[in-house]
Ligand binder design. Structure first.
Ligand SMILES: [Zn+2]
Length: 170
């Protein structure tokens, strides 16, 4: 059987919240790919600041042509109080109209938090959100070697590439 495949990328970044010198910086719990990362600095955002789900949502918009992050997510966040990035992802998925995501590849750059021990959990969490096997979600992380703002520990940047099998026109 013949299928058409599409490929798209999405990107997102957030800076860590800054605190005054004498201000107590709470031990944060930052959501990444829908997974709670303990002891991670919180990211600045109106939403939960989940850079991985935002990059994925943007990649899906790269297929559908319907942008969710920006005006639509701001409206969901500021008017409806929806801060869970999984809801923005669901909104993007609604526009796939039967086309299926068959592979997801994340590339993350940050000095902190250290993601190595969370990689499987994040892959699993994203696979559950998408309803695809964990083997179809990959994630690599680089410390950035101090070369960029992310590598210097000022925030996190994520790129997401997805492969989609197009719905067959009937
Ligand atoms: Zn974002």
């Amino acid at each position: 059987m013949d299928y058409d495949y599409l490929f798209a990328i999405g990107q997102d970044s957030h800076r860590f919240r800054s605190y005054q010198e004498n201000e107590f910086a709470p031990e944060g719990v930052q959501k990444l790919g829908g997974v709670m990362i303990q002891g991670a600095p919180l990211l600045e955002a109106n939403s939960d600041g989940d850079v991985l789900l935002h990059a994925l949502t943007n990649a899906i918009s790269g297929i559908t042509g319907v942008n969710i992050l920006g005006a639509k997510a701001d409206e969901m966040c500021l008017s409806q109080g929806i801060t869970d990035s999984a809801e923005y992802l669901k909104e993007a998925l609604n526009h796939l109209h039967g086309s299926e995501i068959i592979h997801v590849s994340f590339s993350v750059e940050c000095k902190t938090p250290k993601l190595a021990s969370y990689i499987y959990d994040i892959r699993l969490g994203v696979s559950v959100l998408l309803g695809i096997p964990v083997e179809s979600v990959a994630l690599t992380a680089t410390s950035g070697e101090g070369l960029s703002a992310y590598g210097r520990g000022e925030g996190i940047m994520a790129i997401c590439a997805i492969t989609v099998r197009k719905a067959r026109e009937v």
